[in-house]
Structures are given as structure tokens and as C-alpha cells.
Write a new protein. Structure first.
Length: 70
């Protein structure tokens, strides 16, 4: 039983150290998938309205709702 606890503890420590690396890899993967911005009728007077998935866009709670539907 003591061996099982030690193995479980080692596994949990390994996961904790690996989590930031995995999160960084996911962020980098998302950044490479972004498209260049193309102006639309919503862009006026030098102010751009970035669509979801374009460079320069910052996701909000509204984006997360649409991602779940897709």
C-alpha cells in the first residue's frame, strides 16, 4: 500500500510540473492558426473590428459561447 501511495504522489508531482508546459504549447498552437485581419464594413476611421480567429482579436465570454456551439 505504501508503494502505491508513493507512485501516486510521484505521478501527481509529474502532472503538476508538466501542466504549464502543456498550456504554453496549446497557446502557441492557437497563435499559429490565426489569420491575417481583413477589413470589413465594421472597420471605420482607422479603427478595426477583429473577427474571432484573426490576429489582434481578444476573446471574450461571447467567443467562448460560440466556440461551444461549433
Amino acid at each position: 500500500m505504501k508503494t502505491a501511495k508513493m507512485i501516486l504522489a510521484a505521478l501527481m508531482i509529474a502532472v503538476c510540473f508538466n501542466a504549464p508546459v502543456m498550456a504554453q504549447d496549446n497557446k502557441m498552437a492557437k497563435e499559429t492558426k490565426l489569420k491575417e485581419h481583413k477589413c470589413t464594413s465594421a472597420c471605420k476611421n482607422g479603427k478595426h473590428v477583429y473577427a474571432h480567429g484573426e490576429k489582434g482579436h481578444t476573446c471574450t465570454a461571447a467567443c467562448k459561447k460560440t466556440e461551444k456551439k461549433a
